[in-house]
Ligand binder design. Structure first.
Ligand code: COA
Length: 141
């Protein structure tokens, strides 16, 4: 699913399909347990995913890997993933949930705003060698 997301939306993630396609089994297993991961399903098929984990200190969570399968877009799957992610971040005891969104990813940013996220003013390069910017957004929990 991760590889499908990287291939489908290379503009949306800090990593790339090329970088991850040859990951060893142990690396995949480690990434599954290092964060809380949500998978959305519809009619027995994968519809999307999201992950929540610590952002740097015990009070701040990060929301990453947010992706809805193209066949499932525009149907509220992103909202469901967001509700589960926020609930999980609250249960983990975080006061704040942070995420990064690439410039011009209007659908994603609108979804985040709808759930109360606001830009913090922080920006960074999407990844080395890629000049596009991504914006940090924050939700107080
Ligand atoms: C951004 C994303 C998560 C939104 O998920 P979603 O479940 O479709 O969210 P919504 O139902 O709120 O729809 C988002 C928008 O897409 C529009 N949309 C409707 N049908 C669509 C379709 N078939 N394909 C694409 N977008 C569609 C919706 O009308 C909505 O428009 P709005 O922004 O004007 O409100 C999803 O488009 C996605 O995975 N994109 C690629 C990966 C990505 O950008 N992830 C975010 C990383 S920060």
């Amino acid at each position: 699913m991760r590889l499908a997301a990287l291939k489908d939306a290379p503009y949306a993630f800090g990593s790339t399909w090329e970088h991850e396609k040859n990951r060893a089994e142990e690396e995949w297993r480690a990434s599954v347990v290092s964060r809380t991961r949500f998978v959305a399903e519809a009619d027995g098929q994968v519809a999307g995913m999201a992950s929540v984990g610590e952002a740097g200190d015990a009070h701040t969570g990060s929301l990453t890997s947010f992706w809805v399968h193209p066949r499932a877009r525009g149907k509220g799957v992103g909202d469901s993933l967001m509700l589960a992610s926020v609930e999980s971040a609250k249960e983990a005891g975080y006061d704040e949930l942070l995420l990064w969104v690439t410039e011009n990813n209007v659908h994603a940013e609108r979804l985040y705003e709808r759930h109360g996220f606001q830009r913090t003013g922080a920006t960074q390069q999407v990844r080395p060698g890629d000049d596009r910017l991504e914006f940090e957004m924050s939700l107080r929990l």
